[in-house]
Design a protein around this ligand. Structure first.
Ligand SMILES: [Zn+2]
Length: 139
């Protein structure tokens, strides 16, 4: 069986991965400028401050862009699957994937919410589910 390429948690990112295992999407929050950031960094990307703390995101956002991968790079990544850029309510944009939706249900502006998928034992990645489409129609 072909294995997926897995993220390698670091001291900096470990709280993020711990949160994913607990079903919580965590973002760094800056005490100096009150902005959130993703991915994890040692300084604030908005103001350069260093007073960063992990906070739970609401996990809600909208699709900023997406693409449908129709030819997987290996048997570990069965196609089709969707790569998506999500603008979280807290501000950061993150790359992820959409689950439990057909490609023709996706559109820029559709509301999504975080879910979590176990990629291997102990490694859980955030994914997103559609809440409704860009016209506000519930799915
Ligand atoms: Zn800041």
């Amino acid at each position: 069986m072909v294995a997926r390429i897995l993220p390698r948690p670091t001291v900096l990112s470990q709280p993020y991965w711990d949160g994913c295992r607990e079903g919580v999407l965590r973002l760094q929050h800056c005490a100096d400028c009150a902005q959130y950031q993703f991915y994890p960094r040692i300084i604030c990307s908005h103001c350069g401050g260093t007073r960063l703390a992990w906070q739970a995101s609401r996990g809600c956002g909208v699709i900023a862009s997406f693409t449908i991968v129709r030819h997987g790079i290996s048997a570990a990544y069965p196609a089709p699957y969707t790569v998506v850029l999500v603008d979280l309510q807290e501000g950061p944009r993150m790359m992820s994937s959409i689950v439990d939706a057909e490609p023709d249900q996706l559109c820029v502006g559709a509301r999504v919410e975080a879910a979590f998928a176990e990629w291997s034992e102990g490694m859980v990645l955030p994914v997103f589910r559609l809440v409704d489409n860009a016209e506000g129609e519930s799915l």
